[in-house]
Design a protein around this ligand. Structure first.
Ligand code: UDX
Ligand code: UDX
Length: 434
């Protein structure tokens, strides 16, 4: 089938390349000319493991192409996906739908025959109705259906998540539209990924409910971690003890500095707003948002405590800036609030991240960047692990200790075992462990 993917960001690019890999013919469109130029030149503007090879192979097979010309991309497409950004609107936390509405107008102007417009971006309940109104008003002459097909991709694992999904969710009030979108995923029948066909509004809310639940689960174990520190329990063992109950499940029970990323912070906030607007506030999620925000800032105080109470005029080394490993995405990364807190307390920051430094520079000021973890640690009065990159999982602790001015290690991802680190003379602080 022929697919147009409007928006070549983290989601649009992965979805487009995977649809092409299923055998469909895909054209990815983006309003950012430099992004399209890079993609045409074989350069991937984002870091996502495996994406460069997947894109290159499908471009070589002439199944995947890139353009800024939406008209060309949409002409003759069986399905046109909207995968543009839906960032939090400045100030009030609602999802900014201006890009989605703009894409809908552009698509309506460009379609040449019956097609299905599919929102893949995470959009508040009812957005599909709005997109349908825009498209139908612009093109009363054409039978254009609007469906919802939310994505459940984790950055750093997006290709695997697309090709081996736990489920496909399709929201369509028109059976023919549901059939078109289901057909796109037919190659997945091979591994029996269940396809849920439901109403458009149900599909839109399902996406928010999924992300809000995951954010709640993480915040739950983070608060249990704080309690563990007060009562002398070990949160990793509590997580294991509850996670073995298959009604709870072992995933997403890693206590840390709080969740970040381009989705959880924005989607929890958007759901809170939608619910307040609908007169049915989700008070549990409101609390999750508040607890997570304050948690990131509290981590700076944990570092100060490990440094004897103050970081003033101290050199603090930070390992890991991105919101999670295997991505270059800095959106809402906990490191941003942690570094700001440490700088406000008078610390000087030197940081290292395997992939995130380029994007980090746009978010941080007054930070020195090192080329590797050991250079980063040189002369530091404390070393803070913020993101659990594999590169930080087997550091030569003796070499670190020799390089540092003070042997203080704050491990916000519980990568190390306390006894192993303390045996080398470090002051060691971590999350939810004695
Ligand atoms: C986005 C949303 O942020 C997320 O909530 C949703 O789940 C999926 O789509 P992401 O792909 O990470 O996630 O967004 P982003 O990285 O901002 O990429 C959006 C792309 O759309 C950008 O490349 C932007 O240039 C492009 N765009 C934006 C268009 O092509 N047309 C527009 O009108 C606006
Ligand atoms: C998330 C959802 O997992 C995905 O299904 C949805 O489509 C988009 O949002 P993503 O934001 O890419 O994916 O990353 P994820 O792996 O979910 O991590 C989100 C945040 O939670 C990260 O900051 C991560 O560090 C944190 N996290 C995750 C924890 O602190 N503990 C955990 O156990 C898991």
């Amino acid at each position: 089938m022929r697919v147009a993917m409007v928006g070549a960001g983290y989601v649009g690019l992965v979805s487009g390349a995977c649809f092409a890999d299923f055998g469909h013919t895909v054209v990815c469109v983006d309003t950012a000319p430099e992004k399209i130029a890079a993609l045409k030149d074989g350069r991937i503007p984002i870091y996502e493991p495996g994406l460069d090879a997947l894109v290159a192979e499908n471009v070589r097979q002439s199944r995947l192409a890139f353009t800024t010309d939406l008209r060309q991309a949409v002409a003759g497409a069986d399905a046109v996906f909207i995968a543009v950004g839906t960032p939090s609107r400045r100030g009030d936390g609602f999802a900014d739908l201006s890009y989605v509405h703009q894409a809908a107008r552009d698509i309506a102007a460009a379609v040449t025959g019956p097609t299905v417009v599919v929102t893949k971006s995470t959009v508040p309940v009812g957005t599909g109705d709005e997109v349908e109104r825009i498209v139908r008003e612009a093109r009363p002459d054409l039978a254009i259906a609007v469906a919802s097909n939310p994505e459940f991709l984790r950055e750093g694992a997006a290709i695997a998540d697309f090709k081996r999904p736990d489920r496909i969710v399709i929201g369509a009030d028109d059976p023919a539209a549901a059939a078109v979108v289901s057909e796109l995923y037919r190659p997945l029948y091979l591994n029996h990924a269940p396809i849920l066909v439901t109403s458009r509004r149900t599909a839109e809310l399902t996406k928010y409910a999924a992300n809000a639940f995951l954010a709640t689960k993480i915040t739950f174990i983070n608060e249990i971690a704080d309690l563990c520190e007060q009562v002398g329990a070990d949160v990793q063992e509590v997580a294991r003890g509850i996670g073995l109950d298959n009604r709870i499940g072992r995933k997403f029970l890693h206590a840390g500095p709080g969740y970040g990323g381009s989705c959880f912070p924005k989607d929890t906030l958007a759901l809170v707003k939608t619910a307040q607007d609908a007169g049915s506030p989700v008070r549990l999620v409101e609390t999750v948002v508040a607890v997570n925000d304050s948690r990131k800032r509290a981590m700076a105080r944990k570092v100060a405590a490990a440094c004897g109470g103050s970081v003033r005029a101290k050199r603090i080394a930070v390992l890991g800036l991105t919101f999670k490993p295997n991505t270059d995405d800095m959106r809402e990364a906990p490191s941003l609030a942690i570094i700001a807190g440490l700088q406000d307390a008078g610390a000087r920051i030197v940081a290292y991240d395997p992939e995130g430094v380029e994007q980090a520079r746009a978010h941080l000021t007054g930070v020195e960047y090192a080329a590797d973890p050991y250079t980063c640690a040189e002369g530091a009065q404390a070393l803070v692990i913020v993101t659990e990159w594999d590169a930080f999982r087997a550091l030569d602790l003796k070499r670190l200790r020799a390089a540092m001015a003070e042997p203080v290690l704050v491990d916000l991802r519980n990568i190390y075992r306390p006894e192993d680190v303390r045996r080398l003379g470090f002051t060691y602080a971590s999350i939810g462990r004695p």
